[in-house]
Design a protein around this ligand. Structure first.
Ligand code: BMA
Length: 334
């Protein structure tokens, strides 16, 4: 990651890219050689995003139907190909039993912190998650490096760990609890920790719940385009520019890498989005990677990258041909 930043390169990533795409899903014993991105530009994404949601309840599959065993295989394939793996986590709500988006109680975070009624339950969730992460081993039995990006978009109010649902102190305590459990209790020494507020904050808002330099490796941002195109292009570009610009400063001041940890425009309603909107907004910033969200195979319209014959395909090919946008190189691909 550091090398790519030093060389002025940006790694391109997609969520769940090897597990399914717009109209297909990998089978249990799949060789994981397919991605929508590969079908368009001949190369797999350099960053593979995966989500741990569901691991806390002992499920075999995550919230989007991926078998956890196949996710592990995909991560190992990605690593063997020279790529990077990043993990997000949309766990259930430990207080209400709802999902990550259940914001019906403002006591959820408080209830899982030390002294809270759900603390033991939450530790058992962390334990299940750590058990799983401890199985991502290379051929020599060594844990592979992965980016772990918990409690993301916490500046928004749509997850139970969101801005209006807990205090800054509670959020930081949640982060520290997670960090200490994984790194000290469980000795998971293979994780890079990414902090990912949602766009819409200024530098001060961005840092308000920052848990500290000792427990964060990457400063991230989740920033999507919404609305009609081309009308919304300018707002998205300026939000991205402003955010990337203060993150560049924060990265320097804190000695951290910066990344666009989630982005996209659902359904890509603007076919020149890649070279016309995204690229100009990111190219001048030292970001390690940019990751677009998933191409759901079972929700029509819920996609963030082109596939063969999708409208933005040609523009994506142009974007992918730029020297500073990096995919997994052909010789590593197999
Ligand atoms: C959201 C959507 C959901 C999905 C969740 C976790 O943004 O894509 O369909 O379940 O992410 O991957």
């Amino acid at each position: 990651l550091e090398a790519s930043v030093c060389n002025g390169k940006i790694l391109f990533g997609q969520q769940d890219a090897l597990l399914y795409g717009h109209s297909w899903r990998a089978s249990e014993n799949d060789s994981l050689d397919r991605s929508d991105i590969e079908s368009v530009c001949g190369k797999h994404p350099a960053v593979l995003g995966l989500d741990l949601g569901g691991i806390e309840s002992g499920s075999d599959r995550n919230l989007d139907g991926n078998a956890f065993s196949l996710m592990r295989t995909a991560a190992l394939r990605q690593y063997e190909r020279g790529g990077i793996v990043t993990l997000s986590w949309h766990p259930e709500n430990p207080l209400t039993g709802g999902d990550s988006w259940d914001v019906s109680s403002g006591n959820t975070v408080a209830s899982i912190l030390k002294g809270g009624e759900n603390h033991e339950k939450f530790i058992s969730w962390l334990s299940l998650c750590a058990d799983y992460l401890d199985t991502f081993l290379d051929k020599k039995g060594k844990r592979i490096p992965m980016i772990f990006r918990p409690w993301h978009e916490h500046t928004g109010n749509w997850f139970w760990w969101g801005g209006d649902l807990c205090s800054a102190e509670e959020y930081k305590e949640l982060w520290m609890l997670t960090y200490d459990y994984f790194t000290e209790t469980r000795r998971l020494d293979n994780l890079l920790w990414a902090y990912s507020p949602a766009a819409g904050v200024d530098s001060k808002g961005y840092m308000e719940r920052y848990p500290g330099d000792e427990t964060v490796d990457i400063l991230g941002l989740d920033c999507y385009q919404y609305g009609k195109a081309p009308e919304s292009n300018a707002v998205f570009a300026s939000t991205l520019n402003e955010s990337m610009s203060f993150m560049t400063e924060l990265g320097k001041a804190h000695g951290k890498l910066i990344a666009l940890t989630e982005t996209g425009f659902e359904g890509i309603p603007y076919p020149e989005w890649w070279t016309g909107v995204l690229y100009p907004a990111i190219k001048d910033y030292p970001i390690a990677y940019v990751l677009v969200w998933r191409n759901a195979c079972d929700i029509p319209g819920h996609f963030y990258s082109p596939w063969k014959d999708q409208e933005s395909e040609e523009d994506f090919i142009r974007f992918a041909s730029f020297d500073d946008i990096v995919f997994i190189t052909d010789n590593l691909q197999k």
